[in-house]
Design a protein around this ligand. Structure first.
Ligand code: HEM
Length: 504
């Protein structure tokens, strides 16, 4: 037990095992069982935390990036935020400031060492509530999962974790296969579709049905346009507030109420009796059992958040399809894995083992490294601290560019080349602090394992049933990074052929 306490305190387990919430809870329980182990762990923890936690008179001034260095950077012009921040961190160090005309300097953290700090010590110094407040207020909400901190956040996260677990989706695989096929049945061989809207709609078909039990395909465009505008106004703050109140935006906002109404209509106790639990059931029952933690005023946000998930997840799917079809050798290997799993009928949850999905799984890890849809996180400093020799004062806002390390060659050698072997032992690059597509610390993506299973199923089914090519065929990937990373509208997918009939 003492050894487990020590290994846990030094945060080494994540380098040995792939930890899920359950495993972390079990480790926590074992660590609390032995008094000697607890005392030793406490002493070690204080030693690890104190040098970075204590503001020092010797802290250095944070370097400022001159505007011209920013504008002249080739990655800035391509909208490639992770590579841009990697370049800036190499030149100015892991903590630097950018000052745009007419705005206060913004402080950025970038690189594996600050990722480690944010993951391990962020909870003592940083809060998420402040930056998210304006956005959640748009929906009349306050204190939703991404904006809570401390004990309430821990409680809500724990209560919601079954809804976002891999197991929940594994139990719904039959429904997922049907939804994927339903969407693919609308594809016409010879047609060309815009990648972004195709993939967002494909994911929305699945997510809104699986999570909240309704069809929102007729609403998704309005939902996404409104939510992306709200993100640009309140989180990225690159648009003025009135742009969210134009007649067009007011019309689109109605999609949120329409979706909420649909979800409520199909979630009466009588209708849900005997149905497998979904995310809406979990949210609604929390509202009843703990109305302070999940008040009714937060339902408008919580029950329509699938719109945002469809954006992030859909854009990730666009990147992954592009990466697959532009690399024939990898495409062939994914297809072989997919054919082996699907040739004899639909597989069950047990069939999606790491061995059976090895190439697809490593391919997706590399897509998440190269094309992270959420390039950075925003936090407010509530306890002053010194990071890499620079003091972050109370009240300052920091932008943690957690994915900058994805493009640093000391963390990922030859970072611009697509290499799925990085994730094989002994390198196992996904276990390093430099790999952070799902964020860091207490707010790390709760849907990681569910998202990976869903993404694996989507990629495999596409490879199994269809042949797709990029259009134009010489398309060079460019990013639109605002409010989140996505391919530009120019990327299109051409349905070049259908390999087999879709079962009815
Ligand atoms: C591949 C696509 C996805 C990526 C790259 C991604 C990435 C992220 C990141 C970076 C965060 C942290 C944001 C922050 O620190 O401010 C986050 C949070 C979250 N994600 Fe994901 N996500 C993905 C898909 C999903 C899916 C499919 C679900 C649901 C099943 C999900 C559920 C969540 C939740 C609930 C949080 C909030 C956690 C908290 O605040 O405690 N994500 N995600």
């Amino acid at each position: 037990m003492i050894v487990i306490c020590l290994v846990n305190t030094c945060d080494v387990f994540r380098f040995i095992f792939e930890l899920d919430e359950q495993a972390e809870a079990r480790i926590g329980l074992i660590c609390r069982m032995d008094l000697i182990g607890r005392s030793i762990a406490e002493a070690v923890e204080q030693n690890i935390a104190s040098p970075t936690g204590r503001p020092s008179a010797l802290s250095r001034r944070i370097p400022q990036v001159p505007l011209h260095r920013l504008l002249l950077n080739p990655h800035a012009r391509k909208g490639h935020l992770p590579a841009l921040f990697a370049d800036l961190a190499k030149e100015y160090g892991p903590v630097f400031q950018i000052k745009l005309p007419t705005a206060k300097p913004k402080t950025f953290l970038a690189g594996a060492s600050v990722n480690r700090w944010a993951h391990k010590s962020g909870r003592m110094h940083l809060r998420a509530g402040g930056y998210f407040a304006g956005f959640e207020n748009v929906f009349g909400a306050s204190g939703v999962l991404p904006s809570l901190d401390g004990g309430d956040h821990f409680r809500l996260r724990k209560a919601m974790s079954p809804a976002y677990s891999r197991e929940r989706l594994a139990g719904q695989l039959g429904q997922l296969f049907r939804l994927v096929r339903k969407f693919m049945a609308t594809w016409t061989v010879g047609e060309t579709y815009q990648a972004r809207s195709l993939c967002r709609a494909m994911v929305n078909e699945q997510i809104s049905s699986l999570h909240v039990g309704v069809d929102t395909q007729d609403l998704i465009d309005d939902l996404v346009t409104y939510k992306e505008r709200a993100l640009s106004v309140h989180i990225i703050k690159i648009m003025p507030e009135f742009t969210l109140k134009t007649p067009g935006m007011k019309r689109r906002a109605k999609a949120i109420d329409e979706m909420l109404e649909r979800v409520r209509r199909v979630h009466t106790p009588a209708q849900r009796a005997g149905c497998p639990r979904n995310l809406a059931d979990d949210v609604l029952s929390l509202n009843v059992s703990d109305p302070q933690l999940v008040p009714e005023s937060n339902l408008r946000f919580a029950l329509t958040a699938t719109g945002l998930t469809s954006v992030y997840f859909g854009d990730m799917l666009s990147f992954a399809i592009y990466a697959m079809i532009s690399q024939p050798e990898i495409h062939e290997r994914i297809r072989s894995e997919a054919d082996a799993l699907f040739d004899n009928g639909d597989p069950d949850g047990e069939a999606f083992t790491l061995a059976a999905t090895d190439v697809t799984h490593r391919f997706l890890q590399e897509c998440l490294r190269m094309y992270p849809v959420i390039a950075m996180s925003v936090r407010d400093v509530v306890n002053s601290c010194v990071v890499e020799g620079h003091e972050l004062p109370v009240g300052s806002r920091v932008y943690i560019a957690q994915t900058a390390s994805h493009y640093m060659d000391d963390v990922f050698p030859d970072p611009f080349s697509f290499d799925i072997d990085r994730y094989l032992p002994p390198i196992s690059a996904h276990r390093s602090f430099g790999f952070a597509p799902y964020g860091l610390g207490t707010h790390t993506c709760l849907g990681i394992r569910q998202a990976l299973l869903q993404m694996t199923v989507n990629m495999m089914m596409i490879a199994h049933y269809f042949t797709i090519s990029a259009s134009p065929s010489n398309y060079e990937l460019r990013f639109n990074p605002v409010p989140s990373m996505k391919p530009t509208k120019k990327l299109k997918f051409h349905i070049a052929g259908q390999r087999r009939e879709l079962p009815a």
